[in-house]
Design a binder for this molecule. Structure first.
Ligand code: DGY
Length: 428
C-alpha cells in the first residue's frame, strides 16, 4: 500500500513538473506558486536532489528589484486561470502577481543544504543567499514598516490561507464599486462549495486593483491599501525562516548578514506577543487599520511552536485547543476552530485539514518536545492521504478529499513524512 502511494506521489510531482518548476495541480493552479514550491522541493529532495534545488532556484529567480518574491509566477499563459497576468499589471519579468507568500522556501533550502554533500550545496546556496536575505529584508520593511515585529499581509492571498474567517471583517471594509463583471475559472475545476464565495472574489479583485492603480508601490500599499492585517501564519513562518536563514549565514561565514537577521529575530520574538488574544487564549490575527483582533482561532496559532517563540504556560493552552478540536472534528488539524459559528469543514480555509499546515505544525510540535502530538498530527495526515488520495485538502469531519486532485504539496508531504530519519528532520 505504502509503496504504491510512494510511487503515486513521485508520479504526481513528475507530472506536475513543468521543467524547473512544479504547478500545484494542473487546471486549477497552472503556474508556479511560492509556498507550494517550497513543499514540492521537500518532496523532490527524497528522490531527485538536483530537481529540488532547481525548484527553489526558479522561484527565487522571479524576485522583484525591491526584494519581493512573488506568490504566483506566470511562466506561460493559461486561459484556464483567473486572474491572469493581464489583470495584475505588475510589469514584472517574468510576469508575476504583486504579493508574496510565507517564506517556507528558506526553511526548505536549509534542509536541502544540510542534508546533502557540502560540495553540492555550497555553491548553489551561496548564489541564492543574497536574494533570500533581500526577500526577508523586504518582508521586514515593506510588511512591517512600523517595526512592530509582526508581519502584515496586503491581500488575503499573501497569507496563502485565502478565505479564513479572520479576513471577513477587514474585507467588509473594502470598496468593491469599481470591480465590475469578471469570469471566475476556479469553479469550473472544483465544486463551488469548496471554494471562496463571490463576495470574497469581488474583494480579492478590488484589493489588487488598488495596488495596480498605485503602481504596486509598497509604501502606498502599507499606508493606504484597503486590506492590512498582521497575520499569525506569515509572522510565525517568517520567524522560523529567519532562524534558518541565520543558520545558513553562519554556515556560509556571513557575519554582517547574521547580525542583521538576529535583529529581526529579536524584534519578532518580542512582537509576537502582540498577537496574543487574552480572551480566546490563542495567537490571532490583528487588523492594523482598526486595531481589531480576529474573533476566532485558526490553525496558524499552532505555528507558535514552529516559530520557536517562548511560550511558557501558553503551550498548555494551545495544546488544550488542539485536543478540543480533535474531539470536535474527526481529523486534525482543522484550519479553523470547529466550535466557531463560521466553521465550514469543506470550504477551503474555513475548516478543512491542509497537509502543508499539518506538516509545519507537526515539525514545530516535535521541535518543542511534544513528539506525541506531532506523531498524532502526522498520523492524521497519513490516514487522510491513505483513505482519500492526494487531494489539495480534506474535510475535517469525514476525511473526504477536497479541492484540486493529484496535488503537489500533498504528494511532497507524503514523501517527506515517509523518508529516512534525516529527511524527517527536514524542517525540524
Ligand atoms: C487562487 O487562485 O485560489 C489562489 O489561492 C490565489 O493565490
Amino acid at each position: 500500500m505504502t509503496m504504491d502511494l510512494d510511487a503515486q506521489a513521485v508520479g504526481i510531482l513528475r507530472d506536475n513538473d513543468r521543467g524547473g518548476y512544479t504547478v500545484p495541480t494542473s487546471g486549477l493552479y497552472p503556474y508556479q506558486w511560492n509556498w507550494d514550491s517550497a513543499f514540492a522541493a521537500l518532496g523532490f529532495a527524497t528522490f531527485d536532489r538536483d530537481r529540488a534545488w532547481r525548484e527553489l532556484e526558479d522561484l527565487i529567480s522571479a524576485q522583484w528589484s525591491d526584494g519581493m518574491v512573488p506568490h504566483i509566477i506566470f511562466w506561460q499563459s493559461d486561459p484556464g486561470y483567473f486572474p491572469g497576468p493581464e489583470v495584475w499589471g505588475t510589469k514584472a519579468a517574468p510576469p508575476s502577481s504583486g504579493y508574496s507568500q510565507p517564506p517556507v522556501a528558506t526553511t526548505a533550502l536549509r534542509w536541502l543544504f544540510e542534508s546533502g554533500p557540502q560540495a553540492e550545496g555550497e555553491p548553489r546556496l551561496r548564489a541564492l543567499f543574497p536574494q533570500l536575505l533581500r526577500w526577508h529584508r523586504w518582508l521586514h520593511t515593506a510588511r512591517d514598516p512600523d517595526r512592530l515585529g509582526i508581519i502584515a499581509i496586503a491581500h488575503p492571498w499573501e497569507s496563502g490561507r485565502d478565505n479564513l474567517p479572520d479576513w471577513d471583517l477587514p474585507m467588509a471594509q473594502v470598496d468593491i464599486s469599481g470591480v465590475g463583471e469578471y469570469h471566475r475559472r476556479d469553479t469550473a475545476h472544483v465544486e463551488a462549495a469548496m471554494r471562496p464565495q463571490k463576495a470574497d472574489y469581488d474583494r480579492y479583485l478590488a484589493i489588487i486593483y488598488f495596488a495596480r492603480d498605485h503602481g504596486w508601490d509598497a509604501e502606498t500599499i502599507a499606508k493606504q491599501g484597503p486590506f492590512w492585517v498582521a497575520d499569525v501564519g506569515m509572522t510565525a513562518i517568517l520567524l522560523r525562516a529567519d532562524r534558518d536563514l541565520l543558520a545558513l549565514a553562519q554556515s556560509l561565514g556571513e557575519p554582517a548578514a547574521a547580525a542583521e537577521i538576529s535583529g529581526w529575530i529579536e524584534r519578532a520574538e518580542a512582537g509576537f506577543d502582540r498577537l496574543w488574544h487574552p480572551d480566546l487564549q490563542a495567537y490571532c490575527s490583528l487588523d492594523l487599520r482598526t486595531g481589531r483582533r480576529a474573533d476566532g482561532i485558526t490553525s496558524a496559532t499552532m505555528l507558535a511552536f514552529y516559530a520557536g517563540v517562548p511560550l511558557g504556560d501558553r503551550a498548555g493552552l494551545l495544546h488544550g485547543h488542539l485536543e478540543r478540536w480533535w474531539h470536535k472534528a474527526r481529523y486534525g488539524v482543522p484550519s479553523f476552530d470547529p466550535d466557531h459559528r463560521a466553521f465550514d469543514s469543506i470550504r477551503y480555509w474555513r475548516g478543512p485539514v491542509w497537509p502543508n499546515m499539518n506538516f509545519l505544525i507537526a515539525r514545530g510540535l516535535a521541535d518543542s518536545g511534544h513528539g506525541d502530538l506531532a506523531a498524532r498530527v502526522d498520523g492524521d495526515t497519513r490516514a487522510l492521504i491513505e483513505t482519500s488520495g492526494f487531494f489539495e485538502y480534506f474535510c475535517s469531519r469525514t476525511g473526504r478529499g477536497c479541492g484540486g486532485t493529484d496535488f503537489s504539496w500533498t504528494a511532497a508531504v507524503w514523501l517527506a513524512l515517509g523518508a529516512s530519519g534525516d529527511a524527517r528532520r527536514s524542517v525540524a
